[in-house]
Structures are given as structure tokens and as C-alpha cells.
Design a protein around this ligand. Structure first.
Ligand code: CP3
Length: 368
């Protein structure tokens, strides 16, 4: 992609977007029936792609995130290779803690690390002064990418949910137990509530900003759902979880911007299905351990996303097709956006994604 600074500037100023040629995912998210099932892959622009690994030799992770041009190039990598039905903007959930003043470094083998994780003593140092302003680069990347997609597929924006952000901020990186973050909830509930509330407000503004720049669908990642009991989740998170989609929709309405579908993905959230359904998202994304029937028996019309085991992509073609088709049959075609049950692993053969996408698109509606 050879764009001059002047061309980029012009694209960033323009909301005259190319018309959308593939609306499968938006039709499905709104409850309609598409010609073929829409499919995308969490972490589709990632290290399993050789072109991404080459790109990362020249640019650091957050350098890519902060440059609309570089983020756009990476976002388009999987779209060039596969017949995916959506692009997701290349970024990370941890740009939000960065905007609040916390340092995050991406370590080659370990993933994201906070050199100084958040403590009760440093809570007062978080910078709540307009963090969304500092994240405009994400919006700019979305707008540039929407132009560069030329209407091929819609672009998805995202954020993490308050609890998942808090886990990373307090644990300082990946965790097996989230016990430091949970300790706050049980021993300092007021501080925890205050932090969740402030994070939820930032998340609403951040996601609205992404739609203002051009995002056509949103996904809220609750990647740390497994650590909380349903009682604690209901008490601490449910009210905020309801406020997030409601707040986004209300703010878009006052700005006269059409609403976009909002997806909620709780990794390890099988014990929270009732609560997830109460929060009024447009789409509930299931991890690979959750059976679609477990949700459909509570709400038969909810649009679902998911949920092939990411490890199924290690299988040979025939086995992958077999498990993909079994998964598709369980969802039953209706109200289904196809995805993996969590992000794709870096050592997957890129060929497997092609087989997965082909199998999904060849799947015929059994109840036409
Ligand atoms: O899906 C996409 O293609 C869009 C990009 C995207 C990334 N991170 C790029 C990334 C998205 C949607 C995310 C979200 C994200 N980031 C989540 C929520 C989704 C989930 O997996 O539950 C979480 C928990 C993070 C935090 C994070 N960032 C971790 C745990 C890691 C390390 C693990 C890993 O898979 O590498 C990252 C790094 C990261 N984010 C990479 C990519 C492509 C790889 C880092 C590198 O290039 O060195």
C-alpha cells in the first residue's frame, strides 16, 4: 500500500465511504438471513501470518497500533488472503490502560507486560483526563482502513470490558488465577466499583469514537470472565454491562449516527450466560466450551457468534471440515456469525484458515 502523507490526510478527512459489497455479517447481526454464513477469525491479523511476522521485524507492536497507515496495512493482510466477511482493526485492548497513563510493553515470548502494575496506592495516579482523546489514532486507523477496504467487507472496532482491563492492569500481564484483581473486589469493593465505573464510562466513549470514525460493528472482549463467580459478576459487573450497550446506543443517537451491532465475547463465560443475555447486546459470542443450545434454551432468537476450538485448525483438512460442519449444524444456520471460540494460535498453518472459511461458505442452510 503506497499512500503519501497527503493522501492519508485526505482519507482521514473524508466520510464519503465506498458502498459496502458484502453485508453478510451486518445482516446476520441484525437478525436477518444471509446468502452464506458470515465468518471471521479472532486475531485474524496475527503472528500465524508470515507477512505479519515479517512486518513485525521492522515495526514494534505498539508502533503499528499507533500508526493508522501501519495498522491499516496489517488489518488488510488476512482480507487479502481469505474470503473473510469482516475486518477487525489491528490494535490491542491494552491501548486503553496506556491512555490512562500505565506503561505496557510487548515482550517477545511473554506477551504484554506492565512494568508497574496498578496498586491501591497508585490508583490515584491514573490519568482520567480525556483518555479517548489520546486514542484518536485508533479511530484514524479505522477510517483509513474503511476507505482502503473499498467496501469489500465491514470493519469491526473493539475494546475490552472493565473487568478484563482491571485484570491486566492489576496482574501486570497474563495470569492463571487473577487473584490480585479478585482481592480488590473482596477486600476493597468500593475502590473496585469506582474503578469499574470509570472504566465503563471510558469504554462507552471509546467505542462511540470508533463508530464516529467509521466502525460498522463493535466487539466487547471479556477475556477474563472465567475468574469471577456468577454472584460477583452479577453484583459488580451486570449493571455496568447493561450500561455499555445502552450508553453507546444513546450517545450515537444524540449525535445522529446510526447504531451498529455490538457483540459481547466472554471467554470462559459459560457460567454467566443468563447475565450475558440480560445485558442486551446484539450478538453473544461463545467460546469453544459453550454449547449454542445452552443459550438458545434461554433465548431462541439471540444472534450467536463462534465457536470452533482454535486447536481444530491444527487438524488435517478432512478432520477440520468434519468438526467445522458439526459445529455449524449445532448452531443451525439461523442467527449465526461463524468464528473460532477464541483467538487463533500463532503456530497454526495459514492454509487451515482457508479450509475453515471454504467449509463455512459451502454450508447450506438446512432450513431454507
Ligand atoms: O483480531 C485481530 O486480528 C485484531 C487484533 C487484536 C490483537 N489483540 C492483536 C494482537 C485484538 C482484537 C486483540 C485483543 C486482545 N488483546 C485481547 C482480547 C482477545 C482475547 O484474546 O481474549 C487480549 C486479552 C489482548 C491482550 C494481549 N495482546 C495478549 C494476551 C497478547 C499476547 C498473546 C498473543 O496472542 O500474542 C497480545 C499481543 C497481540 N495482540 C498480538 C497481536 C497480533 C501478538 C503480539 C506480537 O505481534 O508480538
Amino acid at each position: 500500500m503506497d499512500l503519501s502523507e497527503e493522501e492519508i490526510k485526505q482519507y482521514l478527512e473524508s466520510t464519503d465511504f465506498p458502498s459496502l459489497k458484502n453485508e453478510r455479517i451486518l445482516i446476520t447481526a441484525k437478525g436477518g438471513v444471509p446468502d452464506k454464513l458470515p465468518v471471521w477469525v479472532m486475531r485474524q491479523a496475527g503472528r500465524y501470518l508470515t507477512e505479519f511476522r515479517d512486518f513485525r521485524k521492522q515495526h514494534s507492536f505498539f508502533e503499528i497500533c499507533r500508526s493508522p497507515k501501519l495498522a491499516c496495512e496489517v488489518t488488510l493482510m488476512p482480507i487479502r488472503r481469505y474470503e473473510l466477511d469482516a475486518a477487525i482493526i489491528f490494535s490491542d485492548i491494552l491501548v486503553v490502560p496506556q491512555a490512562l497513563g500505565l506503561e505496557v510493553v510487548m515482550e517477545p515470548e511473554k506477551g504484554p507486560v506492565f512494568p508497574k502494575p496498578l496498586t491501591l496506592d497508585t490508583l490515584k495516579d491514573l490519568d482520567w483526563n480525556n483518555p479517548v482523546e489520546k486514542l484518536q489514532y485508533v479511530g484514524q486507523a479505522i477510517r483509513l482502513t474503511r476507505h482502503m477496504l473499498q467496501g469489500k467487507v465491514p470493519i469491526i472496532g473493539f475494546s475490552a470490558a472493565p473487568w478484563t482491563l482491571m485484570v491486566y492492569m492489576i496482574e501486570g500481564g497474563g495470569t492463571k488465577t487473577a487473584s490480585k484483581a479478585k482481592k480488590w473486589i473482596y477486600s476493597n469493593p468500593q475502590q473496585a466499583r469506582e474503578l469499574f465505573k470509570r472504566l465503563a464510562d471510558v469504554i462507552v466513549d471509546y467505542l462511540v469514537m470508533q463508530v464516529e470514525w467509521g466502525a460498522q460493528m463493535l466487539q466487547l472482549f471479556e477475556s477474563s470472565a472465567e475468574y469471577l463467580t456468577s454472584d460477583v459478576y452479577e453484583d459488580f459487573m451486570l449493571p455496568l454491562l447493561k450500561q455499555i450497550p445502552a450508553g453507546i446506543r444513546a450517545k450515537l443517537q444524540t449525535k445522529n449516527i446510526p447504531s451498529v451491532p455490538i457483540v459481547f465475547f466472554a471467554k470462559g463465560g459459560r457460567h454467566l450466560l443468563d447475565l450475558q443475555l440480560q445485558a442486551n447486546f446484539d450478538v453473544i459470542s461463545l467460546d469453544w466450551a459453550t454449547d449454542p443450545q445452552d443459550v438458545r434454551c434461554i433465548n431462541k432468537d439471540i444472534v450467536l457468534q463462534g465457536n470452533l476450538d482454535p486447536c481444530a485448525l491444527y487438524a488435517d483438512k478432512e478432520t477440520l471440515q468434519k468438526y467445522t460442519t458439526k459445529m455449524l449444524n449445532k448452531f443451525g444456520y439461523k442467527h449465526h456469525i461463524v468464528n473460532l471460540g477464541h483467538g487463533i494460535y500463532p503456530d497454526v498453518d495459514p492454509q487451515a484458515v482457508e479450509w475453515f472459511v471454504e467449509t463455512v461458505h459451502a454450508f447450506k442452510n438446512p432450513y431454507p
